[in-house]
Design a protein around this ligand. Sequence first.
Ligand code: FAD
Length: 542
Amino acid sequence: MDRADVIVIGAGLAGLVVAWHAAERGRRVLLLDQEGPQSIGGQAWWSLGGLFMVDTPEQRRLRIADSRDLAARDWMGSAQFDRPEDANPRAWAEAYLDFAAGPMRSYLHGLGMRWFPVVGWAERRYAPQGHGNSVPRFHITWGTGTGVVKPYAARVTGHPRITLAFRRRVTALIVEAGAVTGVEGDILADDAAPIGAATNRTVTGHFIAKAEAVVIASGGIGGNHALVRAAWPVDRLGPPPARMVSGVPAYVDGAMLGTAEAAGAQVINRDRMWHYCEGLRNWDPIWPNHGIRILPGPSSLWLDATGERLEPPCFPGFDTLGTLRRILSTGHAHSWFLLTQSIIEKEFALSGSEQNPDLTSGRWLAVLRERLGKGATRAVEAFKAKGEDFVVATDLDTLVAGMSRITPEAPLDAGRIRQQVEARDAAVLGGPPDPQVTAIHAARHYLGDRLIRTAKPHRLLDPAHGPLIAVRLNILTRKSLGGLHTDLSARVLRPDGRPLPGLHAAGEAAGFGGGGHHGYNALEGTFLGGCIFSGRTAGEAV
Ligand SMILES: Cc1cc2nc3c(=O)[nH]c(=O)nc-3n(C[C@H](O)[C@H](O)[C@H](O)COP(=O)(O)OP(=O)(O)OC[C@H]3O[C@@H](n4cnc5c(N)ncnc54)[C@H](O)[C@@H]3O)c2cc1C
């Protein structure tokens, strides 16, 4: 049997942050993960490394006027907390805002992180009230997700007070006299699978470990579609889609949440989740059913599965869950982007460290060559050439015929699509106004968008900007917004609201803090940010 002061379950970003902070306070930490050493950092390693920070030098250089008050208004407008159990999540949201507008950047800078100078504008606000970011706040870390993981992984690996134990799958918490005193589980056979690939579940032994405190940092449920479907908010989004792609590796299996409940912990806000509408099936998959998300600029025409244009504010990059609801209202699980070569070159980015080798390399020359060179990025061009979701044609009729071939269950009417494209194109030429064209002009008022994210408005049917491109978009599962209910010290609570002694939680397993600090909607960059903040809090508390 192993003994430590603190056991941390999960060597993803949250677990690494907890372990390092606890060890720096003199605690002896046992850090367990069901995967092998190649997977250290968990999902964060794959991430784009975008962090929600407020009123930073990067923002100020781009003349973005941000403040804690404005960020709080945006956050609360998005979260729409409305449940009695939202008290702790709301308090965590306030605490995260203090961190993001306060010491966050200097703390991370001190660990060695740096950021790409153009701040991204995710989840743009469309209306004065409600969901969305009023200003750009998405700070992409140099090195993308690997640039977020490395400073912590380097500090944890070889730390004199941290023992890393891989291929240890926790299957139960040990509870004695009402307190959690340890964990037990399976020792899994070693597996040299490449990072991110599914690994074997061959059990070679059993282990028990005891400690004063156990911290659950086991991530969310996005890789387990059965759990996603079971918790799906049918009342808000309609029935779960029949077909989804996976935006996370298979180890994001959500099993630990049930294990914690069995030991007396409370999980809240399970029905709050953050899945994307712009998923591509990866032509070169790493994990099962691997999906990649397009981070779209604002110009693509968004059509539902029947070929009808989505209404405002369902434009690319504005309102993730509102758009998801609208797409699913057709009874189909897909939608379409219709765009031009000029738009794909300027506006298409793919989420993930491996899809952005230039930013992941952290080298300026690579970035300039990739982003300012001819064509879209190589990763995007590869999807265009090899991805099963892409259609490319020089004229609209051929394009629509190609789209209908991909989705024979939902054939499209070329005449109807032409009508809508021409109406939008007329607005570009000064005809009757079109809200999306207005939004494109508005985006170009922000220097960052004009430089690298928003194509000059043009007619979709202008051959000079061709060829035409259609992309079938799949629903992509990613984040859990709910999770283990915790107080402001990251202590896990029981259903009666009292702490379950000995148990803490951080990261996605804790809904990034409190059991759901996002409420119903996220502003992006708040997941990695939430892992860091809740991990630090838990590491200081145990
Ligand atoms: C492609 C991609 C892009 C993203 N981009 C961004 C971004 O730009 N900005 C942002 O804020 N967020 C982003 N995210 C989301 C963010 O990366 C995750 O939400 C975050 O990293 C979750 O970290 P975590 O430590 O809580 O969980 P995880 O990274 O899931 O780590 C949990 C670990 O626990 C282990 N584990 C689980 N159960 C057990 C068990 N029973 N026993 C032992 N070990 C167990 C798992 O093997 C895993 O290693 C992205 C995610 C992906 C996949």
